[in-house]
Design a protein around this ligand. Structure first.
Ligand SMILES: [Cu+2]
Length: 110
């Protein structure tokens, strides 16, 4: 039968295991900007995910938060330029291309 100390050690080990995936979880996701659209234009990711947008068009585009004031903005991305962001907090984050406002996308962080 485990003593008091043993049981505490066991709980500590369990907590370490439970916390490890959260800490070690370095998820990444990519969004391609192509043909004047974000692909995918809606994406759900886990908190802590690093998102990278890459412009595959010959035209400059931006990744600009629709929030006021904007939560993020990439500035103009030339062909093959990338913009990366880590989404640490859950929420719904809408963005658009400030050069072509009809280009819109949403990131949902859970
Ligand atoms: Cu654009």
């Amino acid at each position: 039968m485990p003593g008091k100390m043993d049981r505490r050690a066991l709980l500590g080990a369990a907590a370490a295991v439970l916390c490890a995936p959260h800490r070690a979880f370095a998820a990444e996701a990519a969004i391609e900007i192509k043909d004047f659209a974000f692909n995918p234009d809606a994406l759900t990711v886990r908190a802590g995910t690093k998102l990278t947008w890459t412009n595959r068009d010959d035209t400059p585009h931006t990744v600009t938060s629709t929030a006021t004031p904007p939560l993020f903005k990439s500035g103009a991305l030339d062909s093959d330029d990338s913009f990366a962001l880590v989404f640490d907090n859950p929420g719904t984050f809408s963005y658009f291309c400030s050069l072509h406002p009809h280009m819109q996308g949403t990131v949902i962080v859970r």
